[in-house]
Design a binder for this molecule. Structure first.
Ligand SMILES: CC(C)(COP(=O)(O)OP(=O)(O)OC[C@H]1O[C@@H](n2cnc3c(N)ncnc32)[C@H](O)[C@@H]1OP(=O)(O)O)[C@@H](O)C(=O)NCCC(=O)NCCS
Length: 264
């Protein structure tokens, strides 16, 4: 059984944003392999999220700083790939530190995004929105599946339950969700048909939270990036989306803000 507080202690130790609620999702919706040497923070972890027979995510590949360069990440990655045997496409979002480890295992870079910190809300682009209600979730889950390539029902329901006040929908079914975090709340996924709707959704979520927020923004989302820069946002670090096997499904252009590197 995964020790949620000590798993969260490992991610917090290296400055990541996951809470125990996030770790609970990995444990219930997927599987977590952990190395435990009895310290207050677990020694090393990896998580698998099998969203569908054709798409799974690997995440939370973390090694405590005192145990790095001993092959732990590579060993945990081999466990994850084996665990997901039979999945058409296995994907992950690599930090610069993780990328060479994954390249050696056959993962190929597909696209890029960056983690941004927004000190406050971006300006709205004027699209009228309304708060999301629980009845809106099935449609949002379907829209998300179009963009992401597989349904993420438990994930989106969890995000909505955690920060319902930051969830909004547009008349055309575009939507945004958010969740709480160890450092700051994170806004995303955001699925929208056009840039003005995307910006208005991000503005509404940010205004509802009224505090610094994190987003993971695709490199191609230039209009949204301009809005984030105008609001004083700063890119903190880059990620590379990588895959093994079949091409990534879905239509990434529909989702300028991702759920996050740990969820895809
Ligand atoms: C990225 C990370 C997971 C790598 O973990 P790790 O356990 O150090 O990784 P490995 O030991 O499997 O491989 C790392 C390097 O050590 C080398 N190595 C492995 N075993 C070794 C050994 N016995 N002696 C010397 N070197 C060794 C590997 O060849 C690899 O070489 P490289 O520096 O040229 O890439 C770790 O640095 C980390 O937790 N970073 C912060 C979180 C993060 O970015 N995670 C990735 C998310 S995508």
């Amino acid at each position: 059984l995964l020790d949620l507080p000590r798993a969260a202690a490992l991610s917090a130790l290296i400055g990541w944003n996951q809470t125990e609620a996030d770790w609970r999702l990995f444990a219930t919706e997927g599987a977590v392999e952990a190395l435990d040497d009895g310290q207050p923070a677990l020694a090393a972890t990896a998580a698998t999220l099998p969203y569908a027979p054709h798409l799974a995510w690997i995440s939370m590949v973390l090694v405590r700083p005192d145990l790095r360069r001993q092959g732990h990440a590579t060993r945990l990655m081999r466990w994850a790939i084996q665990h997901l045997d039979g999945t058409a496409c296995i994907a992950l979002d690599a930090t610069p530190a993780g990328r060479p480890v994954y390249e050696r295992l056959g993962f190929v870079a597909q696209s890029g995004f960056a983690r941004w910190r927004l000190p406050g809300p971006v300006a709205s682009a004027g699209v009228a929105l309304r708060p999301m209600r629980a009845e809106d979730l099935p449609a949002a889950i379907a829209r998300d599946a179009e963009a992401f390539g597989a349904p993420r029902t438990a994930l989106l329901r969890s995000f909505f339950a955690r920060l319902p006040q930051a969830a909004f929908v547009a008349p055309d079914g575009s939507f945004v969700l958010a969740r709480d975090g160890q450092r700051h709340p994170q806004i995303g996924p955001l699925v929208a048909n056009d840039a003005a709707t995307a910006q208005s959704l991000l503005a509404a979520a940010g205004a509802a939270l009224a505090q610094p927020c994190l987003v993971d923004m695709r490199d191609e989302a230039s209009a949204l990036r301009a809005a984030c820069e105008a609001a004083g946002g700063l890119a903190e670090r880059p990620f590379t989306r990588m895959s093994l096997g079949a091409p990534l499904p879905g239509d990434a252009s529909l989702s300028p803000l991702l759920a996050g590197p740990e969820f895809g």
